[in-house]
Design a protein around this ligand. Structure first.
Ligand SMILES: [Zn+2]
Length: 66
């Protein structure tokens, strides 16, 4: 079951409307929109991961110098 990209709430599929609806905030998204958003989030989180790894390395490197 997908999570709402807005609030992280549970999403249910409305067969009659062919959309996913968030049970918390009520946002409606199609399967395509959901996939798009998920990919964007995945991409962003990968970037974040890289950034934090670089920072970790920098901290380690700076620490060694002391
Ligand atoms: Zn929501």
């Amino acid at each position: 079951m997908p999570r709402c990209p807005e609030c992280g709430g549970k999403m249910i599929y409305r067969k009659d409307l062919k959309v996913w609806v968030c049970t918390s905030c009520g946002i409606m998204l199609t399967r395509e929109q959901l996939d798009e958003i998920r990919e964007k989030i995945l991409f962003e989180s990968k970037k974040e991961e890289k950034r934090s790894k670089a920072k970790e390395y920098l901290d380690w490197w700076m620490g060694k110098e002391e």
